[in-house]
Design a binder for this molecule. Structure first.
Ligand code: UGB
Length: 598
């Protein structure tokens, strides 16, 4: 080209690569030599970044894009030749003996686990302006998701190390995948809160890069409509986490340190850690290389279904099939009604909640072969039925749960099903969309996510022997929800069901209008009759026994409209705020045994 004279040898190579890959249009709008040099340099820097951050480089990206775009144009079904069936997995019932055994094993294993949170997404469906991990999981304590996750990991760490015979002092590694959209704000949230009690060295942020957008079926790179010296980019999806972990070198470090498991999870699920110990126990006992956590799923619900796919040539895989693909796949393979509920009231295909537990050794072996590249897909929005042009540029995407697609048939891929009330309540949908969710399907909104925490804690206390009143039904932001007593505890107080059972006696009763907030670890509820709000704060070395009868006006949920912009966004997206009318708060600091008697 006319401008090559200003380029370094590396840039010449990149320019050649683009020309060879049919991308010379990238240079077409260039000003004459000598003009716009800074923009030209910036473009080469961007191209170099796009090239190095993708396994196999930009050439490989464009080649794959052409293949996938041709398949999409031809209407090729990615599951061609595969027949779905319902796979076998471990189905757990919260609180029974089997569950308790798995939990105990899971807690033992936890010090050999690393946790990976994928938090690069902005959550377009939720429409919240901040990062999702900064949202309060519930507004009784106001604890945000990130704090809750970190405190849960620390509680697991402590419990696991206490059980370990070797008196270890392990720190469970915690990785957060961020993106340009979330990185700075995630780091800021951690730094301004002292990493919520975790050692800063324990936390690693890995930032995913966006990928180049594609303008047409020939996979010509799309230029930014505002800036001709920039290639338009979009997120590549949560599947990036595997390549990032691999290239970070962390996996080998963990392996050398004797770690065995990597646990992946998503940004807004306040129930998740109630399911983690038992599902890690399942991985350990059943020796799963891959264990996906799943919940019973309503047919056509907008979460992926876990299916066993058997190919005509004999290959099989247990894999997540996204909700928009499961129904057509079933219709095409002898199920004329597609994805429908069976006599249990649920789809026979359990719902993928995208929490994966991978066995580290086999994970490393696999990534050595693939570099962490995950099978991609493309989802262009075509202008018309000729499928020759797009409404807007598209890009390749990948999902972390597609990791098993390249595994050899010997891999042990399983899953663990748990009731949704104890495992899954994400915050994904904005109030308007949530209100339109078909009756009986979960809203997956900020409203339902918070209510699910109160419900789970209430039901767990009941299972532990306490009397907890039934919920009342209320409508917030157009969503009908069950409002249980607002019972909230710190992860270290009730990490497992056995912990809760040990900390609560049967002479404990909580009325529906009540709020019970347990900020501490050693709080033993020997006798409690609660009709109102009670907050107990117990310091690190304080052991508190509760024998109390508390009655007051309590904390009341007050409706707010999501359109009322005078209310902070994180509150109005749930449709209520808590009016702290009256409460009893007791604080026990410092070492010693205390009794709360009222
Ligand atoms: N995420 C990233 O870190 N980077 C990205 O580029 C994109 C996302 P969404 P999605 O739980 O109900 C998934 O947007 O992808 C993070 C499963 O694919 O919340 O639509 C993001 O920050 C689906 O099978 O969900 O659907 C967030 O933490 C089903 O299980 C996470 O990835 C569904 O989740 C998920 O991103 C579900």
């Amino acid at each position: 080209g006319k401008n090559l004279f200003v380029l370094s040898p590396d840039q010449v190579e990149l320019a050649k690569l683009l020309v060879e890959m049919g991308q010379s249009h990238v240079f077409e709008h260039w000003a004459d030599p000598g003009a716009d040099d800074d923009q030209k340099k910036a473009l080469f820097e961007q191209v170099a970044r796009l090239d190095t951050s993708y396994p196999g480089g930009l050439a490989s990206y464009i080649k794959t894009a052409r293949e996938l775009l041709a398949d999409s144009k031809a209407g090729k079904n990615p599951f061609d030749g595969f027949t779905p069936s319902v796979p076998n997995g471990e189905v757990l019932t919260f609180g029974d003996e089997n569950f308790i055994n798995f939990e105990e094993t899971g807690v033992r294993e936890a010090r050999k686990a690393a946790f990976v949170l994928v938090a690069g997404g902005l959550g377009e469906r939720l429409g919240y302006n901040g990062i999702k991990v900064a949202l309060p999981a519930e507004t009784t304590s106001g604890t945000c998701f990130l704090q809750h996750y970190i405190e849960s990991i620390l509680a697991l760490q402590e419990a696991s190390c206490t059980l370990a015979e070797d008196g270890c002092a392990t720190q469970i590694p915690f990785v957060i995948m961020t993106s340009d959209d979330t990185h700075a704000r995630t780091l800021q949230l951690l730094e301004s809160n002292g990493y919520f009690g975790m050692q800063p060295s324990q936390v690693k942020l890995l930032k995913q890069e966006k990928v180049a957008c594609l303008a047409d079926n020939d996979a010509r790179l799309a230029l930014d409509p505002q800036d001709n010296y920039k290639i338009q980019t979009k997120p590549h999806g949560h599947g990036d986490v595997h390549a990032l972990l691999y290239s970070s070198g962390l996996l080998n470090l963990w392996h050398d340190a004797g770690m065995k498991w990597v646990i992946f999870f998503q940004d807004t699920n306040g129930l998740l850690f109630k399911a983690i110990p038992a599902s890690l126990g399942v991985s350990a006992i059943r020796q799963f290389h891959v264990n996906s956590l799943a919940v019973p799923r309503k047919a056509k619900e907008a979460i992926g279904g876990i299916a066993k796919l058997t190919h005509a040539d004999g290959r099989t895989m247990v894999i997540n099939v996204e909700y928009n693909q499961l129904d057509p796949l079933l219709r095409a393979t002898g199920y004329p009604d597609g994805d429908v509920n069976d006599e249990t009231g649920f789809s026979p295909f359990p719902g993928n909640i995208n929490q994966l537990i991978l066995e580290l050794g086999t994970y490393i072996e696999e990534l050595k072969k693939t570099g962490g590249a995950i099978k991609e897909f493309v989802n262009p929005k075509y202008k018309d039925a000729s499928k020759t042009s797009f409404k807007s540029s598209t890009r390749l995407e990948c999902m972390m749960q597609d990791y098993p697609k390249t595994l050899p048939p010997t891999a042990r891929v399983g899953f663990t099903v748990m009731d949704a009330w104890v495992a899954y309540a994400p915050v994904k949908n904005n109030p308007e969309d949530a209100a339109k969710v078909p009756k009986g399907n979960p809203y997956h909104s900020a409203t339902s996510g918070e209510m699910a925490i109160y419900q789970a804690n209430s039901l767990i206390l009941r299972k532990a022997g306490a009397q907890v009143d039934d919920p009342v039904t209320q409508v917030f932001n157009g969503q009908e929800v069950e409002v249980w007593p607002r019972i909230v505890w710190k992860p270290k107080w009730g990490l497992t069901f056995s912990d809760v059972r040990r900390n609560v006696s049967s002479s404990c009763s909580v009325s529906q209008k009540s709020t019970l907030l347990l900020n501490g670890c050693d709080i033993f509820i020997e006798e409690l009759s609660l009709d109102g709000a009670l907050i107990i704060n117990a310091g690190e070395d304080a052991e508190v026994t509760v024998k109390a009868r508390v009655e007051n006006k309590g904390w009341i949920l007050e409706s707010v409209d999501y359109k009322d912009t005078s209310v902070p966004e994180e509150i109005r997206i749930r449709g209520f705020r808590i009016d702290k009318v009256e409460h009893l708060e007791k604080t026990f600091d410092g070492p010693g045994k205390f009794c709360l008697e009222v």
